[in-house]
Design a protein. Structure first.
Length: 67
């Protein structure tokens, strides 16, 4: 992990930001997972996307091979 990425909290209020950048394939997959994540959150479940994987309540939200 890059030094700047580890120190992002020290940049708060300085006018600088650190954003993750993903390859186009990962961006496309994350874009497809976003509606499912919002649907799960609307049901009151805790959900998030890590890299290109959806997690719902701490478990994989989708099985591999499914989009």
């Amino acid at each position: 992990m890059d030094f700047v990425e580890r120190q992002w909290k020290h940049l708060i209020g300085t006018g600088f930001n650190v954003f993750e950048q993903f390859p186009p394939e990962v961006v496309a997959k994350r874009r497809k997972l976003l509606p499912k994540m919002k649907e799960e959150r609307a049901k009151g479940k805790r959900s998030w996307i890590a890299y290109d994987t959806l997690y719902v309540d701490g478990r994989l939200g989708t099985r591999r091979g499914r989009n």
